[in-house]
Design a protein around this ligand. Structure first.
Ligand code: QAP
Ligand code: CO
Length: 167
């Protein structure tokens, strides 16, 4: 296993639209395991391959208290369920900033699992929000895109400054 480098906003590579995975092979399984290790070490509750500069449609999430309930989704396709809800979100690629974002209560996910099997399931609560957030990354979209231009610009300037001094 290995820790991967996480790209930080406003890195333009975070805007890349990820391509579908053709086959869930050993290399994909190794990437999933490395993404999970990177997410746990951060620590975070979700990570998309885009954030580690791999532009393939893979996300990992674990919102459990004990950090023992990893989910990996390959080529996830989402249908949102229920009503819009407002939740406070952060992102490992936007360190130090948390802002309210409107998502949906639930999601139905169709994807391939770590073994390459087709899976379909419904999720609600934080797991649902996290899946919606991570799937946005695969489209090159970040939670800051939902904020006002003023808030997004402030966040971008603070992060650019931190990245310059290497803080
Ligand atoms: C996405 O984000 C998410 O700013 C996952 O300094 C977050 O794991 C979805 C993190 C909240 C729904 C709700 C953020 C770690 C982790 C930071 C994360 C930070 C250190 C973010
Ligand atoms: Co994120």
């Amino acid at each position: 296993m290995a820790l991967l480098n996480i790209l930080e906003y406003p890195d333009p590579r975070l805007r890349t639209v990820a391509k579908p995975v053709n086959v869930v092979d050993e290399a994909v399984r190794r990437l999933i395991d490395d993404m999970l290790e990177t997410m746990y070490e951060a620590p975070g509750i979700g990570l998309a391959a885009t954030q580690v500069n791999v532009h393939r449609r893979i996300i990992v999430v674990d919102v459990s208290e004990n950090r023992d309930d990893p989910h990996a989704f390959v080529n996830p396709a989402l249908t949102t369920l229920g009503d819009p809800i407002e939740t406070e979100e952060g992102c490992l690629s936007v360190p130090g900033f948390y802002e309210p974002v409107t998502r949906f209560e639930g999601v139905r996910v169709r994807a391939l699992d770590r073994e390459g099997n087709s899976v379909e399931a419904e999720y609600d609560g934080l797991l649902s929000v996290c899946i919606q957030h991570e799937c946005d990354h695969l489209e090159g979209k970040l939670f800051v895109d939902y904020l006002s231009n003023l808030k997004r610009t402030r966040i971008r300037k603070k992060l650019e400054k931190q990245q310059r001094v290497g803080a």
